[in-house]
Ligand binder design. Structure first.
Ligand SMILES: *Cc1c(COP(=O)(O)O)cnc(C)c1O
Length: 394
């Protein structure tokens, strides 16, 4: 069979007849109790691995398995996927599955803030030490690895400042030392960066973002490379992690259009990023496909394309001037999260979250999620915003 293109894959993935029962979308199978024919049948189903077998609602039904299978199929070389009630639950469960007291964890200084909070909170309390590294460290990561380093987490690009990491170099250093690699791949998804094929052991999606695509469901996923699934499954079962069938169904519905949405988000975002770069009110545009972005050459080498989230640094000004820009926008909501059909603008302050590197910038930073509106309307809106900013900056 020939290798299928992404748009074909997201339509077909996970739609095994066992899960769909012969209709187009798998039904929502809601369950806590599963009824057994007799005691012998009940006893036989009690084995520890109930993956893809009805056992008890917490272990899922064909609705969740269909989405999990679909995400596995999008990652060549993967063994299996588990779903979680949020992206943060997926990150926390993966780290808990891999780390024990006395172990050492490496996190990029550009990490998603709640990932830092988990490392500095619960993981520290259970005796795991975390060191933060420069996301641009590349093969230099080797010097930070210790005898007790068990996990290197990567997030590429970082979701506030968009540094692109040298994933192959970090994977090579980790492999040599028996260290597991965990990638937060929410920005690229497997369509723009097939993480397992590039040597990552566990790839995580905040499916809340592009998989769901409509800003109305919280969902996370972890896809494990061959031989890596059992450890994740055992820990996640012990933690009672489960995603509801209704949410999984909405995730699967979103997935069917993810390839065409990503293409549109990516095209519009790049156009807007290039336009912002021409503006005198803007000092720098942090978009991996533009040369201003740290790690741009790695992006060109490793990624199949860009999605719709990026930041820009204003030329001077402060909090008030930035707020004047954002507050008056007509087409951009002000809010957390991203990956939905609607555009968002967010003030971000990277200096608040850094410990290993220093964030230096010419002015405050704005992060944009570019939705599916017409980019001409978004540009006109931003032009007025920049005029408000310039007026306030003086
Ligand atoms: C949103 C986000 C998460 C967390 O996902 P939730 O579903 O909101 O818990 C993790 N990583 C990145 C990069 C994110 O943007």
């Amino acid at each position: 069979m020939s290798e299928k293109q992404d748009k074909t894959k997201v339509v077909a993935a996970g739609r095994r007849k066992e899960w769909t029962q012969g209709i187009v979308n798998p039904p929502v199978w809601r369950a806590s109790t599963i009824l057994y024919d007799d005691v012998a049948h009940l006893r036989a189903s009690g084995a520890s691995d109930t993956h893809h077998r009805l056992f008890y609602g917490r272990r899922g039904t064909p609705t969740q398995w269909s989405l999990a299978d679909a995400l596995t199929e999008l990652e060549p070389g993967a063994e299996a996927t588990l779903l979680y009630p949020s992206g943060v639950a997926a990150i926390a469960s993966t780290l808990l599955a891999l780390l024990s007291p006395g172990d050492h964890l490496l996190l990029p200084d550009s990490s998603y803030d709640p990932t830092r909070n988990f490392a500095n909170g619960l993981l520290r309390r259970m005796g795991v030490e975390t060191s933060y590294y420069d996301p641009l460290i590349g093969e230099g990561i080797a010097a930070l690895c210790r005898a007790n380093t068990r996990v290197i987490l990567l997030e590429s690009p970082g979701s506030l400042t968009f540094e692109v990491q040298d994933v192959p170099a970090i994977v090579a250093a980790a492999r040599d030392r028996g260290i597991a690699t965990v990638l937060d791949n929410t920005w690229a998804t497997p369509l723009l960066f097939p993480a397992i094929a590039r040597g990552i052991d566990y790839t995580i999606l905040a499916a809340t973002k592009y998989v769901v695509g409509h800003s109305d469901v919280m969902l996370g996923s972890v896809t494990a490379a061959q031989g890596r699934y059992a450890a994740l499954r055992d820990a996640s079962y012990q933690l009672g992690q489960t995603a509801s069938p209704d949410d999984a169904w909405l995730g699967a519905r979103g997935l069917r259009t993810m390839a065409i949405r990503l293409e549109q988000h990516g095209r519009a975002a790049l156009r807007i990023a290039e336009w912002l770069k021409t503006r005198p009110e803007v000092a720098r545009v942090l978009h991996p496909a533009l040369p201003d972005c740290p790690g741009h050459a790695l992006f060109q080498r490793d990624f199949k394309g860009a999605s719709g989230l990026f930041s820009f640094v204003l030329a001077g000004g402060g909090e008030k001037a930035r707020a004047a820009l954002i507050d008056g926008l007509e087409h951009f909501g002000i809010g957390y999260s991203w990956g939905g059909y609607e555009s968002l603008a967010l003030p971000v302050d990277p200096q608040r979250f850094r410990t290993a590197t220093e964030w230096k910038a010419e002015g405050p930073v704005v992060r944009l999620q570019i939705g599916l509106e017409d980019p001409d309307d978004l540009i006109a809106d931003l032009a007025q915003g920049l005029a408000r900013f310039a007026g306030m900056r003086g």
